[in-house]
Design a protein around this ligand. Structure first.
Ligand SMILES: O=c1nc[nH]c2c1ncn2[C@H]1C[C@H](O)[C@@H](COP(=O)(O)OP(=O)(O)OP(=O)(O)O)O1
Ligand SMILES: [Mg+2]
Length: 215
């Protein structure tokens, strides 16, 4: 990946496309996604880990196009839900899931838990409660069909799940993800702020570092 290159990202998630486009633009690279290649095969995300799913997406699309491809598999792990929704984050609320229905399902599941015996939750100035510790995970896989080789990386960010959404930025579970460090939700960060601390931003920085070290 060099300035002037076009990076193919094997995703149908518009939020991810925006974040990768923003990050790669700073490096002088353009991003295209599965929205630009409508006839690609569907990828069944049946891996047990984020890393397996990222490789599967990258390889399926890379082999179909005959081009190097970057894929992202990511999700939310919630401590009081024993790490759920994890690799099922995108389909947490079932068939036809949207960010809205997934966020509602998350609050519903946390609402079902017995709060007795649990340490009193922290409450923010506006009355929002912090319901559980959580982390976002992002696995990236860069696949080159020419030599059937992968470069992998991972990134994480820790936060807390909020009892109600705040902010308009980002996507997915961002409005429910509180960052103590910023005293804001992930959806209240600018694109640059999110890139600097997010699971995806960190995974991308690590991937680029590995590529630089090879040259
Ligand atoms: O920065 C993030 N901020 C908030 N939520 C996020 C983030 N990153 C991933 N997430 C959530 C969204 C989705 O529920 C799941 C990803 O699922 P994942 O299968 O990797 O992506 P996807 O199906 O939306 O698109 P695609 O597979 O075509 O890349 O985790
Ligand atoms: Mg997916």
């Amino acid at each position: 990946m060099r300035p002037g290159d076009t990076v193919v990202v094997a995703t149908k998630n518009a939020g991810k496309v925006r974040e990768f486009a923003h990050a790669f633009a700073k490096l002088g690279m353009e991003v295209v996604s599965m929205f630009d290649y409508p006839n690609l095969p569907d990828v069944v995300e049946d891996g047990r880990t984020f890393a397996e799913n990222a490789r599967k997406k990258a390889k399926t699309v890379g082999d179909a196009l005959g081009l190097p491809v970057l894929a992202d598999d990511s999700g939310l792990e919630v401590a009081r839900l024993q790490g759920e929704p994890g690799v099922y984050s995108a389909r947490y609320s079932g068939e036809g899931a949207t960010d809205g229905t997934n966020n509602a399902k998350l609050l519903e599941e946390l609402g079902k838990l017995d709060a007795s015996g649990v340490e009193r939750f922290q409450t923010l100035e506006d009355g929002t409660e912090l319901l559980s510790e959580a982390r976002f995970v992002c696995a990236l896989a860069l696949y080159d069909p020419k030599d059937d080789a992968f470069v992998d990386s991972e990134g994480f960010v820790e936060g807390d799940i909020m009892s109600r959404p705040r902010g308009e930025g980002g996507f997915g579970y961002d409005p429910l993800f509180w960052l103590v460090s910023h005293h804001r939700s992930m959806a209240e960060l600018t694109k640059d702020e999110k890139q600097a601390i997010s699971h995806r931003g960190r995974a991308l920085a690590r991937l680029l570092e590995q590529l630089n070290n090879r040259e």
